[in-house]
Design a binder for this molecule. Structure first.
Ligand SMILES: Cc1cc2nc3c(=O)[nH]c(=O)nc-3n(C[C@H](O)[C@H](O)[C@H](O)COP(=O)(O)OP(=O)(O)OC[C@H]3O[C@@H](n4cnc5c(N)ncnc54)[C@H](O)[C@@H]3O)c2cc1C
Length: 270
């Protein structure tokens, strides 16, 4: 479980802003009041939450960055972070992809929230160093499980816009077919981008044969599809166990250490 304080990145540094590339001044993190505009359950226990920013406080962010909610639980401050799932081209609002965690404090508070709820929420944003690096002549591999997909949607949009010739692959794992959200967003990214390939993996396929795609875990899929990562930038996002395993695998498949970029979300009890 993550600590009840500002999240720390894997390198132990306080994660108060991206190190590189340097963001424009408008992106410097600060406290921002946000209003919930829409809340839809897009799959069992998975919600897309759209928040609006104050008109005089637009937010520029880099694809891959996140917001941290400043909450209170029994009189004590609590922070929880969520990656921005929406396009980095919009500065007046942002969306999140949030999964309810059983007995989880913040995920349930957010998923239960209605746009009509009057009490304001505050985020510290934008934050995070898990941002795109110029791939140069390397290919790009993005690996996520579950809602770890969230930061990859704006990152893919940006890769498509800025590096359309870069071979880019998304490997995305879920337990159940029903958990595969964001089809519209991924279809939009894939449309007319021949260099982009996506691979969905299901670990618990339906017994009625309703899934004809890959079965297993993302690590097996990466090993099968990308046996040599020496010329690839690898981005990993999700709970610690998956990220740690996939990071180890990337190194084993010859990806240089400084070309593996990770976003660890904390421990899961699963
Ligand atoms: C940089 C960053 C970005 C993140 N982006 C997202 C995002 O886009 N979408 C999103 O849904 N989450 C995201 N998370 C995770 C999120 O911050 C919370 O950790 C998560 O919502 C659980 O918080 P909670 O308060 O509901 O649960 P807590 O009250 O903290 O935990 C309750 C119990 O659930 C367990 N638990 C905690 N997290 C999980 C989990 N993920 N799966 C299963 N069990 C768990 C804990 O061990 C604990 O026992 C991100 C985390 C980080 C650090």
């Amino acid at each position: 479980m993550q600590a009840e304080g500002i999240h720390r990145t894997g390198d132990g540094e306080p994660d108060l802003g991206p190190a590189a590339p340097v963001p424009p001044p408008a992106s410097r993190p600060h406290r921002r009041p946000v209003a919930l505009l829409a809340n839809s359950e897009v799959a069992p226990s998975i919600h897309v939450l759209e928040f609006g920013l104050a008109p005089d406080d637009p937010m520029e962010f880099l694809p891959g960055q996140y917001v941290t909610f400043l909450l209170e639980r029994q009189g004590r401050p609590v922070t929880r972070s969520y990656s921005i799932f929406s396009s980095a081209d919009r500065h007046d609002r942002f969306s999140l992809l949030v999964k309810r965690v059983p007995q989880g404090f913040a995920s349930n508070l957010l998923c239960d929230r209605a746009p009509s709820d009057a009490a304001p929420l505050t985020v510290l944003a934008p934050l995070g160093r898990f941002v795109l690096h110029d791939p140069g002549d390397r290919s790009v591999l993005l690996v996520a499980t579950g809602v770890g997909l969230a930061p990859f949607v704006p990152m893919l949009e940006r890769l498509r816009r800025d590096y359309p010739a870069t071979p880019t692959r998304l490997v995305w794992g879920n337990r159940y077919v029903e958990e595969m959200v964001a089809r519209v967003e991924l279809d939009r990214v894939a449309d007319g981008w021949p260099g982009f390939h996506r691979e969905a993996v299901i670990s618990r396929p339906p017994s009625d044969g309703g899934w004809s795609g890959r079965v297993g875990h993302v690590q097996e899929c990466v090993r099968a599809l990308c046996p040599d990562l020496s010329r690839t930038d690898v981005y990993l996002c999700g709970v610690n166990a998956m990220v740690n395993d996939a990071q180890e695998l990337a190194l084993e498949l010859h990806c240089p250490k400084d070309h593996v970029f990770v976003d660890r979300w904390g421990e899961s009890e699963e």
